[in-house]
Design a binder for this molecule. Structure first.
Ligand code: HEM
Length: 541
């Protein structure tokens, strides 16, 4: 009697009908009451745990009609085995993607519908856009996480609706105006001088490290006219502050188990130090915003061309002219976002570019020939030449190399934040309820044989202007629609500047013992970044 009541009670909470009869028949035959109680208790406990695990491993009820990848395989491969995104994709997602245009999976700490087809992605990003499918709102629930401290609040990357429009209204013109290519070129030339001082004609270099320092100097300059001196000094004070702040914010363990940041922080002194590092970085940006606002309020500097001004100055000037306004916190948050969104992404792309060029000497030579032809039409190929904007537009082949790198190796391999449906939507015949999270599998689309000929082959020619792939809708490294990357132009331009100058000056090769001999190995991070990429350099002038 007691046993059936207990089972009825538990049955209200977990789905144990299947096991009920087995447990009852087992215990009914037992004569010893104590043994009967123990067996019953243990069975109920086991059933509860099993049911809980089963429930977690599956999508929530409103997604169970979709094909899905269970929670535990994802947890096992990403957290336990710490496999790279590319490997997780190969092992878990590729088989699913080949069969279905969308599937459910546990991603970004939530069950999400992952779209892996360009037409469906367009439906979500372009047709539904920021109104029908705004970004997932994480402003309330995760307020005490390190991630929220760094990137929370109202900013251009995570906000949606009218708030986001206020950010974008002020930032859009600034991004259109600010493109200091001369400055980009000068920083490259300065970097060459340092390399010339430190090395013989041939040398080996950790490319990932050098490029990451260069893109930090670039974003410091473009973002708020500040020189991090990261190329000149790897341990420069502000680079150290920046690195420390970012390193811990994206630790996957804390992204999945946010309770470690919210309820259990007091038990974790190293994590408390991470919070302190983040505050140091935020304080640095606040100081810049305050100083620059005072300068701009005194006068708008008409002697400097807009293209040479930094984003912060241009946004503050626009505010002064009454073209929009943001609070100090919002402006600070946007500048932080520009850093995070624009630094490692460009570094990851450039490093991967150099890898592919080292791996394919004939493509490298073709790109070098183009750079020499455009930058040194007089044939004097023995000194640095700084590209102009017009030169950059003419470098069609180098642009194709960058586009092909971004296809094979998209630094942002799926959208940074999920979209949350604001109305019911049917995707590929599957009804999706309002409030469902949707994301776009950029990596999946970029490697799908239905959308690309020989997708695993590095072939910049596929993006030649007269080839159909030049406008292939499956190419989405910068996303699409109104929330497309605001830094697209900047990112492409800085990469063309660096590559064209570097290829003229150096030949790059993959060392015989490189860990990347067979394929590019990635770090296990939220971005696809090459792991410890050493290349051999030979100076050409
Ligand atoms: C190769 C380099 C880059 C790649 C691959 C890239 C990729 C992306 C992608 C995929 C998104 C959409 C994220 C989402 O919707 O969840 C995005 C958004 C964004 N990116 Fe980039 N990005 C790059 C460089 C930059 C640079 C240089 C900046 C600025 C300095 C930048 C600033 C932003 C901002 C502010 C957004 C949010 C835009 C909005 O929602 O209105 N990105 N980027």
């Amino acid at each position: 009697m007691v046993s059936s009541q207990l089972i009825e009670f538990v049955g209200d909470y977990v789905d144990i009908n299947y096991w009920k009869d087995i447990v009852l028949s087992l215990t009914e035959r037992m004569t010893d009451t104590k043994a009967k109680r123990w067996t019953l208790g243990a069975s109920v406990a086991l059933i509860c745990v099993g049911d809980l695990l089963y429930t977690i491993s599956r999508p929530p009820k409103h997604m169970r009609h979709l094909p899905y990848v269970g929670f535990f395989p994802v947890f096992y491969h990403t957290i336990v085995k710490r496999r790279t995104n590319r490997d997780v994709y190969k092992i878990l997602y590729e088989p699913m993607v080949r069969k279905h245009k969308l599937h459910a999976r546990f991603d970004r700490a939530a069950w999400t519908v992952m779209v892996t087809d360009p037409a469906l992605a367009t439906q979500v990003l372009v047709k539904s856009g920021d109104r029908g499918a705004p970004k997932q709102d994480f402003s309330q629930e995760n307020r005490n996480t390190l991630l929220f401290k760094m990137f929370g609040g109202s900013n251009i990357l995570f906000d949606s609706g009218d708030n986001w429009r206020r950010h974008r209204r002020l930032a859009n013109p600034a991004f259109h105006k600010s493109l200091p290519v001369a400055k980009f070129g000068q920083t490259v030339s300065d970097m060459f001088s340092l390399l010339d001082n430190d090395h013989d004609r041939s040398f080996s270099l950790n490319v990932e490290n050098l490029i990451e320092r260069w893109t930090l100097d670039i974003i410091g300059h473009v973002g708020f006219g500040f020189n991090f001196h990261a190329v000149a000094d790897e341990r420069s004070k502000y680079k150290v502050i920046y690195d420390k702040a970012l390193d811990d914010a994206f630790n996957p363990l804390y992204l999945v188990f946010q309770i470690l940041d919210t309820k259990l922080l007091a038990l974790n002194p190293p994590r408390q130090r991470s919070f302190k590092n983040a505050q140091d970085f935020i304080d640095l940006i606040v100081q810049f915003v305050d100083e620059r606002r005072q300068q701009v309020q005194k006068s708008i500097d008409g002697s400097i061309a807009d293209t040479e001004k930094d984003l912060l100055t241009l946004m503050l000037e626009a505010e002064m002219r009454g073209e929009g306004s943001l609070t100090k916190e919002e402006l600070v948050s946007d500048i932080i976002i520009f850093f995070v969104a624009g630094h490692d992404t460009s570094a990851a792309s450039l490093s991967a570019c150099l890898y592919f060029l080292a791996k394919h000497p004939e493509i490298q030579q073709k790109a070098r020939d183009e750079a020499n032809r455009i930058l040194c039409p007089d044939g004097n190929a023995s000194k640095d030449a700084l590209p102009t904007l017009a030169d950059i537009k003419s470098m069609v082949y180098i642009t194709q190399v960058i586009k092909e790198t971004l296809r094979i190796h998209p630094p942002v391999f799926n959208l940074v934040s999920n979209r949350c449906l604001k109305e019911d939507l049917v995707l590929d015949g599957y009804p999706l309820e309002k409030e469902t999270f949707v994301n776009v599998g950029i990596l999946e689309m970029h490697h799908h044989p239905d959308f690309w000929d020989m997708p695993e082959e590095f072939n910049p020619d596929r993006f030649a202007p007269d080839r159909p792939d030049a406008h292939n809708p499956a190419w989405m490294p910068f996303s699409d629609g109104t929330r497309q990357c605001i830094g697209l132009n900047l990112a492409m331009t800085e990469q063309v500047v660096l590559l064209s100058m570097l290829l003229r000056k150096y030949k790059v090769e993959l060392p015989d013992n490189s860990i990347h001999r067979d394929q590019l190995i990635h770090l296990n991070t939220q971005l696809m970044r090459p792991k410890e990429l050493d290349l051999n350099f030979t100076r050409l002038y």
